[in-house]
Design a protein around this ligand. Sequence first.
Ligand code: UD1
Length: 433
Amino acid sequence: MDKIVINGKRRLSGEISVQGAKNSVLPILVATLLVNGVSVIHNCPCLSDVDATVKILEYLGCTVKREGHTVIIDSSDVNRFDVPDNLMREMRSSIVFLGGILGRMGKAELSAPGGCEIGLRPIDLHLTAMEQFGATIDSSGGAVLCNASEGLHGAHINLSFPSVGATENIILAAVLAEGTTTITNAAREPEICDLADFLNRCGAKIHGAGDGTVTVEGVKKLHGTEHTVIPDRIVASTYMIAAAMTGGRLCLKDVIPSHIGPVFSPLREAGCDITVSGRWICLEAPRRLRRIKMIRTMPYPGFPTDVQAQIMALTTVAEGTSVIVENIFESRFKHIGEFLRFGAKISAEGRMAVVEGVKELHPAFVKATDLRGGIAMVLEGLCAEGETTVSDIYHIDRGYEEPENVFSFLGADVKRMTDNERKEVKPEEIILS
Ligand code: UD1
């Protein structure tokens, strides 16, 4: 299994553009199932979650071609409605196939997605919504069988929580359903808007994406189109935090600053100078970061749960005591145990963590616990003098495209090592016991 090895204490500096958004591209790829014809998706990041999604599309009967960051999907011959267990397990968010397959085929059979590294991921909101469209659900045999033999009809669906995945599934099921669907308390994340933009280009009639209320007027069919995925706001935030933690200076080009806005205010509170101009963001870090009094993760436009681990990494080296409350997932503090190995001072109870910043971190040998927790460990390593190793980086590869190259480009000493690559040991490093 690959590892990332970091020689820390180098200041990051430079200009980068940011990969396409993982959380946009996955539902958009699923949405191509609803199209009669060819979809061309640009700015598609090379990630293991994208590979897993493509495998499922191919299993369902799509022909998929990849040319660099462009994916071309011909969905003319979709002929299956089931996703087998091994493919479901490859990607945590595969539940979003439910609305896509049901909308295209009138029925869907998915093995039940299990828990994941950041806690249980219940799908009650997804299933109740599909029932409101007129589908029947049978989840007795470990798989979810969803059947809409009479076709799907528009519904008024009020979400008790603005779930991103449930909002996406409802939109996917609604675009070809008979009549109009209204979603209230819908998720407002930029990735929902990107999905709606793609579908509208294909001929769907979706209004209000990005607001709490989304209306979808069902249409008879969708045609193929070209679409460019939005830049990844979580990856952008991660690199900004990395620059902040190393006392660096970073400019991000071709990003959508408003999407990253929720992360600006804690970074400014920590003493970073952030300037925005058009599609550029520049960050200049202070000599020593200050504490961030309180961070609460919230649905968009609140502070993203997907940046919680990275901002916690920042607070471990900031002056003073910071408090972080995780409101979205019940078990998203697994990285804390690994942070402690760097000498971080953190105590946590339930959904709250109290971080007392230290002046210096020391290098450590740590294991990525999940995608965002894993990259946050790399950030810790960037701040620690000496060699840090982060193992189990398959988690990181789900969402970050070649992070070792991005960090190296910015001046860090970060390498990927495969199991076959034995580290060269210099004679002076051999300690005889
Ligand atoms: C998406 C993102 C993920 C992000 C999360 C929250 C993708 C591929 N993933 O995940 O990176 O961390 O949004 O911004 O876009 N819930 C229920 N019942 C349900 C559905 C959700 O109780 O039927 C709960 C979940 O357990 C969780 C909360 O709602 O506590 C948020 O989940 P949700 O917004 O659905 O996240 P995902 O779509 O899974």
